[in-house]
Design a protein around this ligand. Structure first.
Ligand SMILES: Nc1ncnc2c1ncn2[C@@H]1O[C@H](COP(=O)(O)OP(=O)(O)OP(=O)(O)O)[C@@H](O)[C@H]1O
Length: 602
């Protein structure tokens, strides 16, 4: 299922129709009915017109004939009015339906992105690529509603041509079919070529994505500093140009032109024969005046189908992201957490990693392998190791954000995989290495640690105090109510270290709300020396957590932990207290001595 979906390239038009039905079946069917009516009307008008001309030619002598003329004239006028009105109605309905489809897809994408209990799907590069395409819904130049309008307009012209073709079948089934087929062959060849030329730039999703990443980098305030200091502006411009322009530069005469020329020749030949047959049939009386008018109008009506409009491009561009969005939504929904599952009540029992191995999706390298570890209640466990040793990966597995590729994790003897993911994750208060900086108020940034509790200002202030972040409130223009983002009027921003204190305050707030396990991944990396020196005693010791996992390269903080493990090459190489590990004179002792020496020298 997964591979089929990944390999398949569903048509944007079919995806658009499916999205329409899923979003609002009634409106989609009503729009289709209006399109069908609009498609049929011109040829009905041609037939009625032929009929009227025929009646007029016969004269007005008898009353019945006069009534028939009047009735046909009224019907004709009604059909003309209907034709104008359906065009208007179709545009309004298509725009409305398109907006609904766009909104619904955006909502579904948002819900689907947030649904998986693990972060595994969002660390899968192939899925991330499709998400990048799907994200363009609502942000690309052509919105979904423009694509729906374009599809409606194109359907009307194609249906009108088809109706003309059907009328010609009455005159001569074989010739009628040939002329119609020749026109549709020409239309499809022309449309494909035109669409490819005009829309090349939008369909090159790989290029669109690449150029999008580069554009985002150039526009981001975060990246702006390095780009200027390292003088990367020229490089970025070149990268953007090489990713974006080839799509446009690709416009050229293609082999498809041969198909177009062949279809043109077929149209001319079939049309010539058709008009010749029509005139001879009218001359020898085998078709009447009415028939002649209706058939020649139908033959002329076929021509409109080959009109090339930007609708072809709008449809392609506006609907392009929809198959990607539908497949991303379907795939993410498959990662929805299972309903039910066991729960573990606090206090937490021991958590045991049994021969755990983990590989990131699409990676051949093991981030962790053969890992055996018991995390005991009541202890503070520090994890140290070189960059890339697997420390953060260990945290993701512990919190149920990733599942082991091999081995298993048990909680009080129960496999973590059988527990209800959300309930398990609520046991954790985490400061991730790359924690979130929410563009909300200072108070809300802390309150997010316990979103299921009513935000109590006193408790929030208490958590801020516990993290040493309370003095920040005094420096911010609106205290705890200051929005921590410069993008908002009156908003303010914090330094890296200040943000880190806010993240710690959020985690402590979660502990106060009942999360028994505190996980700190590099919580002091941006703190000044004074704050770092006090961090263990003033923050960690008093956190109230019954189980603490600390990851740090700062040995002054780590040394106080009850137990320290060193990770190397994805497995544990040393395990013991600071004194025990120092006596072992292994990697920990070397790293500790090196850092202690540096601090003394400096
Ligand atoms: N999302 C990811 N996709 C693929 N590989 C990853 C991903 N995250 C980490 N890795 C790889 O997994 C290995 C372990 O990474 P991890 O982040 O756990 O190391 P770490 O010990 O926390 O490193 P550091 O001390 O630098 O923070 C590394 O080789 C890294 O390249």
């Amino acid at each position: 299922m997964r591979s089929t979906e990944r390999g398949a390239r569903p048509s944007p038009v079919l995806a658009l129709l499916r999205a329409g039905i899923d979003t609002d079946a009634r409106r989609t069917v009503t729009l289709a009915a209006a399109v069908a009516t609009s498609g049929a009307l011109p040829i009905l008008i041609a037939i009625a017109n032929g009929h009227l001309v025929g009646l007029v030619r016969e004269g007005h002598q008898d009353v019945a004939l006069g009534q028939a003329v009047s009735l046909t004239a009224v019907a004709l006028a009604a059909m003309f009015l209907c034709l104008q009105l359906t065009a208007l109605v179709i545009n309004i309905m298509a725009e409305d339906l398109g907006r609904r489809i766009g909104d619904a897809l955006r909502q579904k994408m948002m819900a689907a992105m947030l649904r998986p209990a693990t972060v595994a799907p969002l660390e899968d590069r192939e899925l991330l690529d499709r998400i990048a395409v799907a994200r363009s819904i609502g942000t690309s130049q052509v919105e979904v509603h423009v694509a729906v309008t374009a599809l409606a307009n194109l359907s009307v012209t194609r249906l009108q041509a088809l109706a003309c073709g059907i009328v010609l079948l009455w005159f001569d089934p074989l010739l009628g079919a040939l002329v119609t087929l020749a026109y549709f062959a020409l239309t499809l060849a022309l449309a494909a070529e035109y669409r490819d030329q005009q829309g090349a730039v939008y369909t090159e999703s790989e290029r669109v994505r690449r150029s999008g990443y580069i554009r985002d980098l150039a526009l981001s305030g975060e990246a702006a500093k390095e780009i200027r200091v390292f003088n990367l502006a020229d490089w970025l411009e070149r990268q953007f140009a090489s990713a974006w322009r080839p799509g446009v530069a690709g416009a050229r005469l293609s082999p498809a032109m041969l198909r177009i020329l062949a279809a043109c020749a077929a149209v001319v030949a079939a049309h010539t024969v058709l008009f010749h047959r029509l005139t001879t049939a009218a001359a020898d009386g085998s078709i009447g005046f009415s028939g002649f008018i209706a058939f020649t109008t139908a033959a002329a009506g076929l021509v409109s189908v080959i009109a090339l409009t930007m609708d072809l491009v709008y449809l392609r561009e506006g609907a392009l992201a929809i198959p990607a969005a539908l497949s991303v939504i379907a795939e993410l929904n498959r990662h929805a957490p299972p309903v039910g599952g066991e729960r573990v009540a606090a206090p937490l029992p021991p958590v045991v990693f049994e021969n755990v191995g983990f590989r990131y999706p699409g990676s051949s390298r093991w981030a962790l392998r053969g890992l055996d570890l018991e995390i005991r209640p009541g202890e503070t466990l520090a994890v140290v190791g070189f960059n890339g040793a697997g420390k953060t990966t260990l945290v993701k597995l512990l919190c149920g954000l990733q599942r082991p590729t091999e081995g298993r994790i048990t909680v009080g003897g129960r496999d973590l995989a059988t527990l209800e993911p959300a309930a398990w994750q609520r046991h954790f208060a985490v400061v991730f290495q790359h924690f979130n900086r929410y563009p909300v108020s200072f108070a809300e940034n802390i309150a997010f640690g316990a979103p299921r509790q009513p935000a109590d200002r006193e408790q929030i202030e208490e958590s801020a105090r516990a993290a040493g972040a309370e003095t920040l409130a005094g420096r911010l223009a609106h205290g705890y109510d200051t929005v921590l983002s410069r993008r908002y009027p009156d908003g303010d921003d914090l330094s890296g270290g200040q943000w880190q204190r806010v993240a710690v305050a959020r985690a402590l707030h979660a502990v106060r709300a009942g999360a028994p396990c505190l996980v700190l991944d590099e919580p002091t990396s941006a703190l000044d020396a004074r704050a770092e020196a006090r961090f263990y005693d003033e923050v960690m010791e008093r956190s109230g957590a019954s189980m603490t996992l600390l990851i740090s390269h700062r040995f002054a903080t780590v040394r106080h932990a009850d137990r320290i493990i060193t990770l190397d090459g994805g497995r544990i190489t040393e395990d013991g207290s600071h004194d025990e590990l120092m006596r072992q004179e292994g990697v920990y002792a070397q790293m500790f001595t090196l850092q202690a020496k540096r601090f003394h020298v400096d």
